[in-house]
Design a protein around this ligand. Structure first.
Ligand code: PHE
Length: 334
């Protein structure tokens, strides 16, 4: 009989597909194809039962039920088999094999140094603050007593950022020094102030073993009544010795910065010669005036140190460029 043949074909192909389905995804696909509620092929068989003549109906109906039961039993069985296989695969590994160690990353040496600096200066009572790397001329120059015609403002010595300038409607540059944070701090805090700020600065310098166009500075600022140059020298010497050891030699050379008076340059003994590690001085009265402090009431010192250079001395690295080449063989030593 034609109908029964259709049933047989359905049963055979369904059972074959189910047995071949060795993952739960394949098994689910087979279930939907043959037994799916909406469009499963079983629906067509059901229609045939409906269309059968009354005399054939009992026989056809019985066969339909058999086929349906057989296929759904096969589905259940195969599902158990697939699950068992998954469980077995999960157990089936050799626990005595040596494990694979993940390669652990670590903090960049500069980041580690910054963390140590913060911690050290924290112990001297300096709070950590931060400022933006994109700055306006007011914070990078004007309030720091660097007038408009000063050579430090030369576009060739700074990274002016064209699109940011357009957006802000006023010149914007990558800060060339962290002294910007002195201004930002004093603008929003009343004295006394004792802060450090550590971060990136940018200068279009020729790149060599000790210069990079991006490097890190630690800015320090202390303002109170009767702050003296002696305190500045003490803090810097103590800091250098705490970080590099009691034998480190530091010297102060008279110098000039628009925002400090008097000013010094700070050098560190480097082999047989000296290396400049930063500048410092007593905050210029003009700077106090720019932030609304009364220069006859308060005095203060400020310093800016190059973090890379400390780091080079500390770890014995002779070329600043090594820090930024992302060579894992270099970086993993720290
Ligand atoms: N801002 C100076 C520089 O980048 C360093 C400095 C900071 C000097 C604070 C004096 C006081 O060279």
């Amino acid at each position: 009989m034609e109908i029964l043949k259709t049933f047989d074909d359905f049963e055979q192909s369904a059972l074959a597909a189910i047995r071949a389905a060795n993952t739960s995804e394949l098994l689910e696909a087979a279930r939907i194809e043959y037994m799916g509620q909406k469009n499963g092929r079983i629906r067509e068989l059901q229609k045939l039962v409906g269309q059968a003549t009354p005399d054939l109906k009992p026989q056809v109906g019985k066969r339909f039920n058999e086929v349906r039961t057989a296929v759904s039993d096969a589905l259940d069985q195969q599902q158990l088999a697939v699950q068992a296989q998954v469980r077995k695969a999960a157990m089936d590994f050799d626990v005595t094999l040596p494990g694979e160690l993940p390669r652990l990353g670590k903090l960049h040496p500069i980041t580690q140094t910054i963390a140590q600096f913060r911690e050290l200066m924290g112990r001297f009572g300096f709070m950590v603050t931060e400022g933006p790397e994109l700055e306006d001329e007011h914070h990078n120059f004007q309030a720091l007593n660097i007038p408009e015609d000063h050579p430090a403002r030369d576009p060739l010595d700074n990274f002016y950022v064209a699109c940011a300038t357009v957006a802000a409607g006023t010149p914007v540059l990558l800060r060339s020094q962290t002294s910007t944070v002195q201004i930002r701090t004093m603008e929003k805090t009343k004295p006394p102030v004792r802060i450090v700020s550590l971060g990136r600065v940018y200068r279009p310098d020729a790149i060599d073993a000790t210069h990079s166009c991006m490097f890190h500075q630690m800015e320090g600022l202390m303002v109170d009544r009767h702050v003296t140059m002696a305190q500045l020298k003490t803090v810097l010497s103590l800091f250098a010795r705490s970080f590099l050891g009691p034998d480190v030699e530091i010297r102060f050379r008279p110098s000039f910065f628009p925002f400090t008076e008097p000013s010094v340059e700070v050098d560190m003994k480097w082999g047989n010669s000296w290396m400049e590690i930063g500048g410092a001085g007593m905050v210029d009265p003009n700077v106090f005036a720019a932030v609304g402090y009364d220069p006859s009431e308060v005095s203060g010192f400020a310093f800016g140190l190059g973090i890379e250079r400390f780091c080079m001395k500390h770890y014995g690295v002779d070329d600043i460029r090594r820090f930024y080449e992302n060579d894992v063989r270099f970086l993993s030593q720290f």
